[in-house]
Design a protein around this ligand. Sequence first.
Ligand code: SF4
Length: 477
Amino acid sequence: MFLALPSPISPPLPLVSNINMSKKNNTRKSNVNGVSKKTQTLVKTEDIEDAVSFFSKDETHKLRAVLLDWYDHNHRVLPWRATSNHSNLKEEEEEVEKRAYGVWVSEIMLQQTRVQTVIAYYNRWMLKWPTIHHLANASLEEVNEIWAGLGYYRRARFLLEGAKKIVAEGGAIPKTASLLRKIPGIGDYTSGAIASIAFKEAVPVVDGNVIRVIARLRAVSENPKDSAIIKRFWEIAAQLVDPLRPGDFNQALMELGATVCTPLNPNCSSCPASEFCHALSIAKRDSTAAVTDYPIKGVKVKQRSDFSAVCVVELLGDEKQSSSKFVLVKRPDEGLLAGLWEFPSVLVAGETAPLARRKATDCFLKKNLKIDIKKTCDIVLREDVGEFVHIFSHIRLKLYVELLVLQLKGKDDHFFKSEDDETITWKCVDSNALSSMGLTTSVRKVYNMVQKFKQKKLPSKDTPPPTKKRNRTTKKN
Ligand code: SF4
């Protein structure tokens, strides 16, 4: 059941029938998203079900032609789009495999991340793991290292798991979207991209850019975050995709959304698809309307607020340990930032007072790391360094950062060795190792905050002075 808009000056209509279409009276009863009463003509159910399609055949052919032509002359040169010449079938097959791997890596990196940011990451990744076979031999630690700063670390883990699965099953990347979807971390979008771009399968790709372009081309007045509507967008994209150049067409549609039909400032005057654009037609004849009215804004998912007390524990060296070390804890293998290293941190209930945060931190250190601040260490320095908010897609995390400099009592140096027991994995690293490690953006920010604090407050970074409050427990080096 597809609603067709035969004329570019037609008003916006819904993609799916959330309107009341009763077979009994064959009328639409509700006024949908600003569609005027005049346009709510009686529509027979059969007419809707027989409606040819969202784009007529003629429009589809023309749109393919103009978009492909525009793409050929205007697409951005990006590393994952590079192709090389081949002189025989084997080379051609290798090239296709390489392309599929490159598309896969780039598309995963591009999810939620800007192209300009991804380029450097992509180049570093391909230098380290130029083929899927190289990647399959990597460890999660190495992968996280290269991924550090890109966010959404599950993506990196799935890429690694996917590569291992493919190599274990023979090493050839599946050539169809349906087979690709069986690989961990590959969904409808990525499978469509790999299958159409590398293997020329005529399957669609729908991302935020494609939804925006189609929503404007057809003045779609439905919530684009609704799963039933998203399904419709996939169907429309499937209808549009060019059977001879599916990969280029999909990229053209996405490229148009990324560079011309942008969310806030679409450049309609240089848009190759303007003659098919209903949103533009509406905006031309109605001064209160704008193409940016489409797609309509969905209701934002409310973020959860979490609060975390982060403690940068610095263990001062003794005669044997020339430099001080920082304690890092590995996050659990499941959940947010799975398997990544961070400074010891503990979730606290809301905007807690510093004393309560310290209590929670002390408890965590004692229970998990066997660091008993009162018994096994002398506190050289303990200061609150600052706080900041880090936004994840669904969580607003406020981090309270403190620096805790400790001198171990006695000759117990087990703290300087990595520990991996059943409940927690942790290690001590010096500042050089820490600086070169791949850390998440928030962990890097915490470390930089502490470094700045030390530069400002302490005369020498290796010999922090004792605080007045704690000088009873201070031990001189
Ligand atoms: S004419 Fe404007 S709104 Fe319509 S698709 Fe092109 S850039 Fe987007």
